[in-house]
Design a binder for this molecule. Structure first.
Ligand code: AP5
Ligand code: MG
Ligand code: ZN
Length: 217
């Protein structure tokens, strides 16, 4: 199954991707996580990406497409994958289509998780991420069993640099301007399944599994 998770910042892409990746036994590919890892490791990619991320802007397409192309060519992606946060622009979507055409492996489904702006703000500003495995928690909505510690791996939790209210506002605007138009692009290909993100994590996961089963049968 080749799956794409779309939705504005805070919709729950990363949260659902962790669950879905287990259910489908498919690798979770998050460009945001890849950039954050590069920033943390201080690589050339990290240095290039950091300024854009801190400003709530998108990293340039050439850079982003390059790292995704490389990742998709790894052998664990042969049987399927779960893309989270890529593509985010029309040129990225065109590039992805070309990459997948070249290996005759088209997308199966685009899961579009929607939630209202106030809810998105509340989710992002209360988010805590794991330094080690990237899992995301929320101080109120999805607290870890032990404060500051990841349930999955015991790693230390932190708040993302781009999760302050001002930067979040910019990220939401960038989503509306640059990423939302992709929904039309994928709707024309008959790939979009709309998911109500204003529900509990479990109910969103259930709706996603139903959409996937519907697509398979
Ligand atoms: P990225 O890391 O992809 O961030 P994003 O798209 O802004 O989305 P988020 O990760 O903030 O939200 P999410 O939907 O994953 O929500 P989560 O599950 O964590 O990108 C970051 C930056 O990297 C970009 O700004 C850009 O600079 C760069 N970048 C990345 N990809 C790029 C690309 N393709 N091109 C160019 N640049 C790129 O949930 C949020 C919170 O809500 C959590 O605390 C969670 O616990 C909680 N929560 C989740 N679900 C629920 C629920 N159902 N009910 C209550 N709380 C919930
Ligand atoms: Mg995420
Ligand atoms: Zn962890």
């Amino acid at each position: 199954m080749r799956t794409l998770l779309m939705g504005p910042p805070g919709a729950g892409k990363g949260t659902q991707a962790v669950l879905l990746s287990k259910a489908l036994a498919a690798p979770h590919i998050s460009t945001g996580d890849m950039f954050r890892k590069a920033v943390e490791e201080g690589t050339a990619l990290g240095l290039e990406a950091q300024g854009f991320m801190d400003a709530g802007q998108l990293v340039p397409d050439e850079v982003t497409v390059g790292i995704v192309r490389e990742r998709l060519m790894e052998p664990d992606c042969l049987k399927g994958f779960l893309l989270d946060g890529f593509p985010r622009t029309i040129p990225q979507a065109e590039a992805l289509d070309r990459i997948l055409e070249s290996v005759q492996a088209p997308l199966d489904i685009v899961l579009n998780i929607a939630a209202g702006r106030e809810e998105l703000m509340a989710r992002i500003t209360g988010r805590r991420m794991c330094h080690v495995c990237g899992a995301s928690f929320h101080v109120l909505f999805n607290p870890p069993a032990k404060e500051g510690v990841c349930d999955q791996c015991g790693g230390e939790l932190y708040q993302r640099d781009d999760d302050g209210a001002e930067t979040v506002g910019k990220r939401l605007d960038v989503y509306e301007r640059q990423t939302r138009p992709l929904l039309d692009w994928y709707a024309k290909q008959g790939l979009v399944a709309d998911i109500d993100g204003n529900q509990s994590v479990e109910d969103v996961a259930g709706e996603i599994m139903n959409a996937i089963h519907g697509r398979r049968s």
